[in-house]
Design a protein around this ligand. Sequence first.
Ligand SMILES: NC(=O)c1ccc[n+]([C@@H]2O[C@H](COP(=O)([O-])OP(=O)(O)OC[C@H]3O[C@@H](n4cnc5c(N)ncnc54)[C@H](OP(=O)(O)O)[C@@H]3O)[C@@H](O)[C@H]2O)c1
Length: 268
Amino acid sequence: MFKVNVDEPTIHELFDLTGKTALVTGASGWLGSSFSRALAEAGATVVTASRDAARARQVADTLPTPKSQTHHAVALDQMDGPSIDKGFADAVKAAGQVDILINNGLDACAADITSVTFEDFARHQHNNAGYFILARHLRDHAVQRNAPANVVSLGSMYGQVASYPDAYDPGRASPVAYHALKGGTIHMTRHMAVYWAKDNVRVNCISPGPFPSPAAGKDLVTRLATKNPMQRMGKPHELKGALLLLVSEAGSFITGQNITIDGGWLAW
Ligand SMILES: NC(=O)c1ccc[n+]([C@@H]2O[C@H](COP(=O)([O-])OP(=O)(O)OC[C@H]3O[C@@H](n4cnc5c(N)ncnc54)[C@H](OP(=O)(O)O)[C@@H]3O)[C@@H](O)[C@H]2O)c1
């Protein structure tokens, strides 16, 4: 006997973020600004975070308001514990609640395998400490509210495979401290997902392949394209769909996962 389940949510209901609030770190960046737009377009109130409060405000002011939502802005430095605590508290104060955290900011380390110092390497790992403390703030806030919550952190294909030495300029590899960082981001995601599943907090990771900003060197981009099955770089909007899947009810049974979006880089 054929049975039709008329009670299931529609696809539009599953992806709708109306009534949700999302905090986005690094919202002024190449990918972070696109993530912020994606969340706003789906109906969420967005709290943009930057190390600079005025810059965060500028980004918030560019975001769409299809549900007449009001976007907010906070100052937050993810390399500094007290700034993380204050930034998260300010986000809750401004928006009344936070349901979604996008751990996207990156305090970069330019030094590579030949030149990185102990201090450079160790400092770079503070980015993951920031991602974790922010995620725990969200988990504690959600438990206190008896509400579900969602964390998406930015990993990288370079948290999963080494870079090709011949794709980079001689004497300037992709930074080893970054490879250590992003491998840690992906695995930390699994750990948080397991421990917080009972709290109704889902934790996932998006790992972009090559998505260089227009500031990237042309020769490097050309060399990187030859290493990719699709022979091109990703565009920020090509991450929007995966982000929405993970943070919305459409992804309600997805936790502890890492979705790699790389034009097939990891496939060969
Ligand atoms: N683009 C790619 O090809 C690619 C590939 C794989 C993974 N990813 C990951 O995707 C994320 C975004 O990358 P992106 O290319 O968009 O980088 P981006 O344009 O350089 O943006 C990074 C943002 O991080 C913020 N930031 C820097 N230091 C910070 C700190 N101490 N605390 C909080 N925020 C800080 C900056 O904002 P303020 O200056 O306003 O604070 C900046 O806008 C990163 O986690 C990166 O590792 C990117």
